[in-house]
Design a protein around this ligand. Structure first.
Ligand SMILES: [Zn+2]
Length: 249
């Protein structure tokens, strides 16, 4: 297909500056069996524990390609839109240079954003290093490197309080050198902030939490809504796992 001669280029990451953006017009820059790459996208690629976006690429003829997952490509900065199975012939018929409207499954992404922001609140409530993280539309789990037991009811009450207090969530960029000088900002042991572009994105839950993070967040903790602590597990002698869910009601 068309990828062999395609120049290596980073995908413009529109979700980084505006997590609320649901769609964008973009051009196909490469396609192969693994998926499609665009010159820019609103689709968040699986990373930092957060699931990749689903959605659709809308074509000029009114048809669409359903996207089942979004992944990072082999080359730094590449984002691959993975089509759902069963569309192989239609994907193969696409051409590099074609313009599409990329639209995410917003309901699903918004759940990712609410859960993701909730994990930042959890970090503020549990002052121990994080050594694992998974954020999906149905649950979020965070593994803390610690030996002490955790109190489920106290954590649930703490989360409810921080949500009710409606803290603003903002982001800004700092240099890698500045980050290195403030090593305490790196909360996560397993997830290192993305590097290589000279700048690191800091996410601040005003008055609550500050850490480097590349994921998508809501703009205010009130938007998280009711979040439940569904499980606390002792995963190992030195790991406590906290699982969050939304109220099914
Ligand atoms: Zn985050």
């Amino acid at each position: 297909m068309n990828t062999a001669d395609a120049p290596a280029r980073a995908t413009l990451e529109l979700f980084r500056e505006d997590a609320y953006r649901r769609d964008c017009v973009a051009r196909i820059v490469a396609l192969d069996a693994g998926g499609l790459r665009l010159d820019g996208t609103v689709f968040y690629p699986h990373g930092g524990g957060q699931a990749g976006d689903r959605g659709a690429l809308l074509l000029a003829d009114g048809s669409h390609i359903e996207i089942a997952d979004t992944r990072k490509g082999e080359r730094s900065g590449e984002i691959v839109h993975v089509p759902a199975p069963g569309q192989e012939a239609r994907v193969a018929a696409l051409r590099v240079g074609t313009e599409v409207m990329a639209r995410i499954d917003w309901a699903r992404r918004h759940r990712h954003m609410r859960f993701h922001t909730a994990t930042h609140l959890l970090c503020a409530l549990v002052p121990h290093p994080v050594d694992g993280c998974s954020i999906t539309a149905d649950y979020a789990r965070l593994d803390f490197h610690m030996t002490e037991p955790l109190d489920k009811a106290a954590l649930a009450a703490g989360l409810a309080r921080l949500v009710a207090q409606a803290h603003a969530v903002s982001q800004r960029w700092i240099s890698e050198a500045e980050l290195d000088a403030r090593a305490g900002l790196v909360r996560s042991m397993s997830v290192q902030p993305p590097r290589g572009f000279g700048l690191i994105r800091l996410v601040e839950v005003e008055g609550v939490d500050l850490q480097p993070c590349g994921g998508t967040h809501v703009a205010n903790t009130a938007e998280i809504g009711t979040v439940l602590v569904t499980k606390i597990e002792k995963k190992s002698a030195s790991t406590r796992r906290v699982v969050l869910g939304f109220d099914p009601a």
